[in-house]
Design a protein around this ligand. Sequence first.
Ligand code: TRP
Length: 477
Amino acid sequence: MALTQAGSTGDHWSSRSAFILAAVGAAVGLGNIWRFPTLAGENGGGAFVLVYIGFVILLGLPLVLSEILLGRAGGEDAIGSVRNVAVHSKRSELWKGVGALQILAGFLILSFYSVVAGWVINYVFVAGEDWFGALFSGAPFSVAFAGETQEQITGRMGDLFASPGKLILLHAIFMGATIWIVASGVSDGIEKAAKWLMPTFFVLLVIVTTYGAFTGEFAQAVKFLFTPDFSKLNPIALNEALGQALFSLSLAAGGLLTYGAYITRDVNLAPTAAMIAVADTLVAILAGLMIFPIVFAVGLDPAAGPALIFQTLPIAFSSMPAGSLIGLVFFVLIFFAALTSSISLLEGPTAWVIDRFRIRRPIAAIMVGLVAFGIGVICALGYNILSDVRPLAFWDVFAENDILDALDGVTGKIMLPLGAFLVAIFTGWMADRRLIEQQTGLDGGMFMLWRFLVAWLCPIAVGLVLLLGLVPGLLGD
Ligand code: TRP
C-alpha cells in the first residue's frame, strides 16, 4: 500500500514554499487575466464577482484541500492516488475513474490553453515591436500601435486568426516551452520555473495596476466590479461562475491531485490550501482592477467578450501615456502566468504516463505534449480553414461554439463540475475518515465544518449548478 510514501515517480517539492509557488503558479493563469475579467464584464460585474467569491470560499477552498490531501495520501499520479485511497478505505477500485476523468479534462484544457497562450505571445511581439521601434526612433514613450486606427488594431486579431501557420507556430512555441519545463522534472523544472516567473509576474501586475489606477478610471472600475446588480444573474451566469472558480483554482483536472503527491508529510495542508485560494482570488480581482480602469478610460465596452484583452485593451493602450511600454509589460505578464499554469496541466497526464508505462519523464512529457499539440492545431484551424465547423451543433447549449469554444465549454461546464462533484463524494463519503482527518491537520470544529462543506454543500451545489447550466430551460429563463 502506497499510503505511507509519496510520489511513485520519486519526485518531491524541495520545500513548502516551493509547493505553494508552484500551486499558485498553476492557479494563476489565463483564467485570472483573460477569462475572469471577460466573464465579469459579460455578466454585468459586481453580482458575478460576488457569486464567484462565494463559490471560491464555500466550494473551491474545501475542494482544493480535498484534492491536495488525496494526492498526498495516495502518493501517485492522479489515477493511482485515488485508487490507493479507495483500496485503503475498502472501496471499489473503480473510483480511480475520478482520476481518469480529471486527467482527461486537464489534457483537453492544455490543448486549447496553449492556443490562446499563443495569441498572447503574438501580442508580446506586436507590443514589443512597437515599443522597440519607438525607442529607436527616439521617442520611447510614444504610443503603441502608433499611427493605427481602431479598425487596424482590431483587425490584428482577425489577421492572426486568418493565418493558420501563425497560430500553429505560436501554439508550438508555447507547447514547446511547457514540455521543456515539465521534462526537466518537478524540482528542476516546475519548481524553478515557478520560482522565477511568479515573483516577476507579481511585480509586473502591481506595476500595470498602479498605472491603471493613476491614468485610468479607477473609481468607475471599482464600482463596476463591486456593485452587485442581481438582475444580471441567471442560471447560466451561475454555471459560468462555478466553472470559472473550478478552472481558476486548477480543480478537477488532475493538477492539484498530482501536485499534492509531491508534498512532503510535514506540510500542514489546510493553511496551504487557504493560501492558494486567497492568492488566486486576489490576482483575479487585481486583474479586474488592472484591466477595467484602462478600458473605461477610453470609454470602451467592458462586455467585449474574449476580445477584451486582445482588442479592447490594445486600443486603450494606443491612446494612453506610455501605453506601448505598459502594453508590452501586460502581455509578458500574461505569458508568464499562462506558462506556470500549462505546466501543471501537462504534469497531470505526464505523471500518469510515467507511472503507468514506466517510461522516462522527458519522453512522457514529449509524447503527451505532442498529442495535446495536435488537438490544439485543430482548435487553431477552427478560426480559419475549419471555421464552419460546430462540433456540438446537436446540443443547444454548445450549438454555436467553434472548435476551441466547444472544448472550453465541455471541459469547463461539464467535466470540471462533474470531476469536482465526484471528488466531493469520494472525500466526503467514501474515503477512510481517520486517514482524511490526519491529512487535513484540522481538528474539532474546523474539521467538522470542512467535512460538512465537502460532503454536503459541494455535491448539492455543484450538482445543481451543473444541471441548471446544462438545461437552461429548467427554471424558466
Ligand atoms: N488555473 C489556471 C488558470 O486559471 C488553468 C489551469 C491550470 C487549470 N491547471 C489547471 C484549470 C487544472 C483546470 C484544471 O489559468
